[in-house]
Design a protein around this ligand. Structure first.
Ligand code: NAI
Length: 331
């Protein structure tokens, strides 16, 4: 039996985690869940939204499935998600984005991957109030982190038969920080002559993504642009309810969807568990539970393609529980 850390998160997190656990169990995967809570409620009880026990559990198990955790907006504690990525040095955030049969969107043929640097940039959380009317945030870009993510992006492209890597920056404005990122992607590109290397400014990328997304393959970006662009690319394939992601480090991997805790639909049995389920499928493949992973994948995509039982975000009216049941039936 394989031990995997599960962070059920908050908001819709516990609902979709429950759904995914049920499906994995029904698919026959041998998982011993090490359930680790984190977030605001935990902070009230334990003094920190990300207690050390969570970090230790992932370090020990080497793999985790993580549902979203709410971050207070404009105040309060630092993001648990950002802290976790930093603590475990999960330096690569991989967010593949491909059309799913049965989900109608304005574009066909979208098949791209966002490779987001996951440990620095504005997410270093270095901010200060200068006076009551001004504040500053420091954007940190280092050669070490930029070289590492650039190498990851090119290696990913090679391994997955991808042809092009676009480096995405705003180096016309942030000449030093994004300039350094670009210097690193350029240098790395020289080692991968088989991959077509291109550069694009992030504003132009956003425009082109909503006009002609098919022309993009692998995108490598600093943290903030990667965060924003991956929500945009999620929109291209049907929304956050279906957008998968993974945080990869040298020692461990944390599989987590792109979406947040969706407080607007919390507790309403409406959330789409698909994104977390695809993350779980990837997690199962990662730990060698290939058979269960394939069974789940097949059942999930069959249900979506049939289109009669879908959650609200995909235009249906099924509850999370009904959607879960029909996937289990299809296993
Ligand atoms: P969000 O991703 O939670 O929601 C944006 C919109 O998408 C909402 O209308 C929501 O209902 C919908 N949505 C998201 N996931 C869905 C799903 N599985 N099924 C159906 N609809 C879904 O983004 P928002 O509202 O900006 O952030 C809410 C909270 O989540 C914030 O505290 C934010 O910091 C946190 N967050 C956490 C993340 C994580 O844990 N990795 C990632 C992003 C945000």
């Amino acid at each position: 039996m394989k031990k995997v850390t599960l962070i059920p998160g908050d908001g819709i997190g516990p609902e979709i985690s429950e759904s995914v656990k049920e499906i994995i169990k029904a698919a026959g995967a041998d998982i011993d869940w090490d359930i680790q809570t984190a977030g605001a409620q935990v902070a009230e009880k334990e003094g920190s939204p990300l207690p050390q026990r969570v970090i230790e559990s992932i370090k020990k198990n080497k793999v985790a499935l993580k549902a979203p955790v709410t971050t207070p907006i404009g105040k309060g504690f630092r993001s648990v998600n950002v802290a976790l990525r930093k603590e475990l040095d999960l330096y690569a955030n991989i967010r593949p984005c491909k059309n799913i049969n049965g989900i109608k969107t304005p574009f066909d043929g979208v098949d791209l991957v966002v490779v987001r640097e996951n440990t620095e940039d504005l997410y270093a959380g270095i901010e200060r109030q200068i006076d009551k009317d001004s504040a500053e945030s420091i954007k940190i870009i280092t050669r070490k982190a930029s070289m590492r993510i650039a190498k990851y992006a090119f290696e990913y492209a090679l391994k997955h038969g991808r042809k092009t890597v676009h480096a995405v920056t705003k180096a016309n404005i942030c000449k030093l920080s994004d300039g350094l990122f670009l210097e690193c992607t350029r240098e790395t590109a020289k080692n991968y002559p088989q991959i077509d290397y291109k550069e694009i400014l992030v504003d132009n990328l956003c425009m082109q993504l909503v006009q002609n997304p098919q022309k993009f393959d692998v995108l490598v970006l600093p943290n903030l642009y990667g965060d924003i662009v991956s929500d945009l690319t999620a929109g291209l394939i049907g929304g956050l309810g279906v957008a998968q992601g993974a945080n990869i480090g040298t020692d461990c991997a944390v599989f987590e969807p792109v979406h947040g805790s969706a407080p607007d639909i919390k507790g309403q049995n409406k959330a789409n568990p698909t994104a977390l389920l695809i993350c779980a499928v990837n997690m199962l493949k990662y730990i060698g539970e290939e058979e269960a992973a394939q069974k789940i994948e097949k059942a999930l995509y069959t249900v979506i393609e049939q289109g009669s039982v879908l959650t609200c975000d995909l235009g249906g009216n099924a509850t999370t529980e009904e959607f879960t049941k029909v996937i289990i039936k299809n296993l």
